[in-house]
Design a protein around this ligand. Sequence first.
Ligand code: AMP
Ligand code: GLY
Length: 422
Amino acid sequence: MNVLIIGGGGREHALAWKLNQSSMVEQLYAIPGNGGIAEIAQCTFLPPDDFPALIRFVREQDIDFTVVGPEQPLVAGLVDAFEEAGLPVFGPNQAAAQMEGSKIFAKRLMKKYGIPTADFAEFDDYTRASQYLKTLPEGPVVVKADGLAAGKGSIVCQNKAEAEAALNALMRRRVFQAAGARVVIEECMSGPEVSIFAITDGRDYLTLTPAQDFKRALDNDQGKNTGGMGSYAPTVYLSEEDFQRSIREIIEPTLNALQSEGITYKGVLYAGLMLTESGPRVIEFNCRFGDPETQAVLPLLNYDLMEIFQAVRWQELGKIRLPESGRSAVCVVAASDGYPDAYKIRKLILGIEQAQQKALVFHAGTMRDNGGMRTSGGRVLGVTGVGDSLASAREQAYRAIERIRFVGMFYRKDIALEASQV
Ligand code: AMP
Ligand code: GLY
């Protein structure tokens, strides 16, 4: 099969790496891909929202199957456009992608079907939202833009003054444009966070190894929120009992709720959960694989990913049983000075080959140029170690990342540190 991957981050490199191992896959393509993906796939640039151009490309290149990495094209309806054109594709359609595209949609669904999540109120009017805020007791509260905001639309506020400032930024200053036209104000929960990926064909589902993501830029969860500075799997904070409880109280009821609403969800449903004192509760849903969780989770998958994607297409996922991996993976992200704010690009990256002798190196913001690999983004590489224990996976990842150098490179030193000592 000729398989196209849409996207160009570390997640997409991990998807390409895994699909490249499938005996079903002959040639990989990527739009736009990156410097690492280009080593195993033919990369082309096309605007990801130009569906007619993408469809033309798929027909011209005889592509048999397309896998969509990021949320934007899913929320914009890429899958609907491809299905109308009769082209096989992995990912939820526009109606299903609302699980990520609209926080209000997801919150209403959870409320209607009794799925545990933070209590909330929704607003499309700044004055009303601000008045409601005044009625709340002083303390932490979370303000969220309804729409997509590149992972920055959830603002955890320590007090009401911060929450008021967040409301003002989202609803009046429209810092995330239309995404802030509606907001959710919700209860602030606390506890460890875990990411569960359920692959579903609209009838059955499989879960991958639960992972943990490190969102803050600096060690000890200091600094700004980022797209994710590292990840590991399986997470030690989710006991088998809590995992089963999450499946029973969250994953299955959510998939059933979608069916009851007449939505056939095909693709990955990513549940971001918080393990609170009253049990696992939903922070948010995403309609795709996590980044950088995928870079830790796919190396633990002992199954042909293309076969899984085909089973989703034909609604035959019920026939697949995934073997337990029994191993652990740790992914550490190498980022460029300034990230998550402004950063320089085109910096020469050295040491990738040495690092690859010890671990998997997934490219995120890289491009090949004048014979060398250069940076092209804020998150540059994700280095994944795999081992029989979390501690050995961690050691491999860190030994490998130490070999990599570029000007202004930084990475967290504490990815999976606490977890490996539990
Ligand atoms: P989200 O964009 O919804 O994933 O939120 C980003 C981060 O904000 C999450 O990973 C949590 O750390 C935090 N967060 C979001 N919602 C809540 C909540 N209701 N209570 C506590 N923390 C939250
Ligand atoms: N790692 C967080 C995300 O993919 O949204």
